[in-house]
Design a binder for this molecule. Sequence first.
Ligand SMILES: Cc1cn([C@H]2C[C@H](O)[C@@H](COP(=O)(O)OP(=O)(O)OP(=O)(O)O)O2)c(=O)[nH]c1=O
Length: 191
Amino acid sequence: MILASQSPRRIELLREAGFDIAIQPACIDEAAHEGEAPLDLVARLASTKALTVAASAPEHELIIGADTIVILNQKILGKPQDNAQAHEMLRALSGKTHLVATAVCIAAGGRLAHVLDAFVDVCEVEFWELSDTEIDTYIASGEPMDKAGAYGIQGIGGRKLVKGIHGDFYTVVGLPIARLARVLTRLNSHT
Ligand SMILES: Cc1cn([C@H]2C[C@H](O)[C@@H](COP(=O)(O)OP(=O)(O)OP(=O)(O)O)O2)c(=O)[nH]c1=O
């Protein structure tokens, strides 16, 4: 099985769940298309990652692609480019409830690479009201930089910013592992 992702969190979650995976990140253009809905974008990116790697993978190999986005008032918050953008995102999330969507796509490799299964899992996350000092202290920790929405629920973010969640914690981290494990078990029992 190949994970088409460089995310250390996804690698760790799959390995901890007992899956033996090889890593082959897919470098793709993650920009949204004009007028594309957030859930359509996240699903497209997960399947593009999986299919890009699947095309050069061995026949019958399973490839997993995933993508995570943060959605506030129908708008997508990606990864911040710099501290100023991280501040802007965290200011917008302060005191509000947003959605985190993680799309997962499982593809079969080889010349006839194709999608075997795909789903989007959504979790609701509520933030405490944040002061500018709290935001700047959090940014100074370095945690926001490689993360959608400029926070990590698994780190300091979860201990300082998050008031509550409704849904799967691991969807926010980047991979709804329990749901994915069920799909993989079903697919493996068919092969
Ligand atoms: C909201 C949130 C996001 N994130 C992370 C999950 C994802 O790794 C990242 C979103 O970026 P993605 O583009 O989904 O993934 P990635 O760039 O890390 O890896 P790849 O493209 O190779 O698959 O944000 C957290 O780790 N914790 C959080 O609480």
